[in-house]
Design a protein around this ligand. Sequence first.
Ligand SMILES: Nc1nc2c(ncn2[C@@H]2O[C@H](COP(=O)(O)OP(=O)(O)OP(=O)(O)O)[C@@H](O)[C@H]2O)c(=O)[nH]1
Ligand SMILES: [Mg+2]
Length: 358
Amino acid sequence: MIQESVTIILPTYKEADSLPSLIDKIEQIKKASIKQLKLIIVDDDSQDGTIDFIENLNKPWITLFTRTEDRGLSSAVIHGLDQCDSEFCIVMDADGSHPPDTIPSMVEALQNGADFAVGSRYVQGGSTQDGWGILRWVNSKIATIMARPFTNVKDPMSGFLGFRLETYHQADELNPIGYKIGLELIVKCGCKNVIEVPIHFKTRKYGHSKLTFKVQWEYFHHVLRLVRYTHPKLVSFCSFGIVGLSGAAIYVLLLSLTTQIIASKQLAIITAIWLTMTWNFYWDRRLAFWNARSRPLFMQYLGFVVVCAIPVIVNFYLTNSLSEENAIQYAGLIGVVVGSAVGIVFNFLMSKFFVFGN
Ligand SMILES: Nc1nc2c(ncn2[C@@H]2O[C@H](COP(=O)(O)OP(=O)(O)OP(=O)(O)O)[C@@H](O)[C@H]2O)c(=O)[nH]1
Ligand SMILES: [Mg+2]
């Protein structure tokens, strides 16, 4: 018998049909192995009978929160965790995919020193019910590979999680926009010792999946945000480099246009340079210096133009002189590449500290 208190957080959206048998199974665990077991259900106003069902059960160890303002799986989990006062927290899906009888093993793993426990389909002894289409499988694999830079966990997409409440309280600025909160918690709570407990993942019997394309797109964004969190300098510099490369391509394209529209070659080059600089400013501000919002936009733009002076002069000089004998695009390519190479580190540092004040 586990002596410590455990709270299960159950995010639900239109899961009324799955709840009765799940709550039965959880109650058996409460009787057999975890006396101090509580259940927090966070429902996003499903309007499918969930409220009536829970109220009629009238079980003091079950609390239902019905949210009407927010929606979303991760924020529902965080809402539940914020109400939790037990030593251990378990998060699981309400659709019957996750076997509740694994919960005692997860808690024991935490008692034995693990920081975090994951109910896992992909470790020895774990499995997935047949009937997953190829698309679903590919999807899950891609999502898992994307999580690889952050954790070696074999099933980082699992929604079946266990951890101490104090571990949750160590979390640094959680961003509950993502769909799968597990990866976010492992990274932001600084969990090193993650144990995977094998589970058999069942296909849901009732209701339908909320794993839409939008949700997967959000996951992609979530992973990008996490890389920014774990490697901010590297991401900033790499993004700056990639924006620089895109700027070179844009510049060559623009030169073909401006030299056809504008009679003066010098003016055509200056126009192309100015438009390219604006392109780089826009994307650097979004991708390389995402936090830099302390100075007014116009001042940032002016600062960026000043900082670009050296590469711009080199670029202008080379494009102008080389185009005497070569095609303008070819001259432009050399100009922009040499100009950027001369200025990349200087520009990056000046942009970082003076322009965007990051
Ligand atoms: N409160 C709340 N719960 C949600 C929301 N979206 C999903 N859930 C719940 O989160 C859990 C996981 O969602 P699922 O739709 O089962 O996602 P999945 O497990 O990746 O997909 P399937 O295996 O196809 O079911 C379920 O218990 C859902 O009811 C939401 O917006 N708000
Ligand atoms: Mg599910």
